[in-house]
Design a protein around this ligand. Structure first.
Ligand code: PMV
Length: 315
């Protein structure tokens, strides 16, 4: 028997960085997916075949011996093998429509799809159960993960998250399109987060005001999402980008992509840690193509995405 599952990537619509200091963030699943397929093998091994690396290994190894990027897959396979003690091994294959490591939720989508596909060989599990083990798997690479990314990848749609109250689903179903552009500048979330911490320590008052501003726009956006008011959401996206610039996580290339995208969309901003990675522009069915065209004319790598309302899918 084979088992297959896919999970969507995500963007952070509002609130990155400020969320670390207690404000709300809004996350949105996108219709670009990671698919994980698992089959039984005769040898009692764990095999992984992915674009970030391959592995053939016995179970029960220390995670330190496993290549960093492959740890969640190994962890999940090993966990299931220990629980069910099967007479077979597992071959795990990963296919991605999401550019990896650029803040579009590829790691969480991998963890969610792998948790579902690997456990699917042994037993049927609910989405809640899959989410729980996906977060455990994500902790093998990001020990401090809030679980918000895995949550939006599991349930799809939009979620709001803050440190105190955790995450909850946003029930509004707005109908926007996104133009996502990749700066191709590598960034380390950990380094950018620590740079923002230094900024905060030197500018306590300014930072606290920015957190308040961010909270205000997020409250406004939660109302606008109910009304599908893209014009107002776009204005807030531009304001959020200003706050991200104020804390020093933007750069010339990101700024240029945002300037181009702002010409024809409702508003554009960085998504995720910044310093590199991706930006997105909010559009509707009418201005998505013109926004992508403008970015492509300047040789930026970009693609369109919509909200994924399905979340985790198993086959
Ligand atoms: O780049 P991403 O998608 O990993 O997002 C990082 C989001 C931050 O707010 C910068 C950090 C965090 O832990 O919330």
């Amino acid at each position: 028997m084979n088992s297959k599952a896919s999970a969507p990537g995500k963007i952070i619509l509002f609130g990155e960085h400020f969320v670390v200091y207690g404000t709300k963030a809004i996350l949105c699943a996108i219709n670009k997916r990671i698919t994980v397929s698992v089959e039984k093998t005769l040898e009692n091994n764990i095999l992984i075949d992915s674009s970030v690396g391959n592995l053939k290994s016995e179970p029960d190894k220390s995670l330190n011996e496993i290549d960093f990027q492959l740890r969640p897959f190994y962890f999940l396979a090993d966990m299931m093998i220990k629980k069910y003690n099967p007479k077979f091994g597992l071959k795990i294959r990963v296919d991605s429509e999401i550019p990896l490591g650029v803040g579009l939720g590829s790691s969480s989508a991998c963890c969610v799809a792998a948790a579902a596909a690997i456990s699917g060989i042994f037993a049927k599990k609910s989405k809640d159960e899959i989410l729980e083990i996906a977060i455990e798997a994500e902790k093998t690479i990001f020990p401090n993960t809030s679980g918000a990314d895995c949550t939006v990848c599991t349930y799809g749609g939009l979620i709001k998250y803050d440190k105190k109250n955790g995450h909850s689903k946003i029930l509004s179903k707005p109908n926007f399109h996104l133009a996502i552009a990749n700066s191709k500048i590598k960034h380390s979330t950990k380094e950018v987060v620590s740079k923002v911490k230094q900024f905060k320590e030197k500018n306590e008052e300014k930072f606290s005001n920015l957190c308040k501003e961010e909270s205000n726009i997020i409250e406004d956006v939660l109302i606008c999402l109910k009304k599908n008011d893209l014009l107002e959401i776009g204005k807030n996206i531009m304001k959020n980008q200003e706050y991200l610039e104020a804390i020093g996580i933007s750069n010339e290339k990101l700024q240029d992509m945002i300037k181009i995208a702002n010409q024809s969309s409702f508003g554009a901003k960085i998504t995720g840690a910044g310093g590199g990675g991706c930006i997105f522009a909010l559009t509707d069915a009418e201005n998505i193509q013109s926004t992508l065209k403008k970015l492509k004319e300047q040789n930026y790598d970009c693609f369109s995405a919509e909200i994924d309302y399905k979340g985790l899918d198993t086959f």
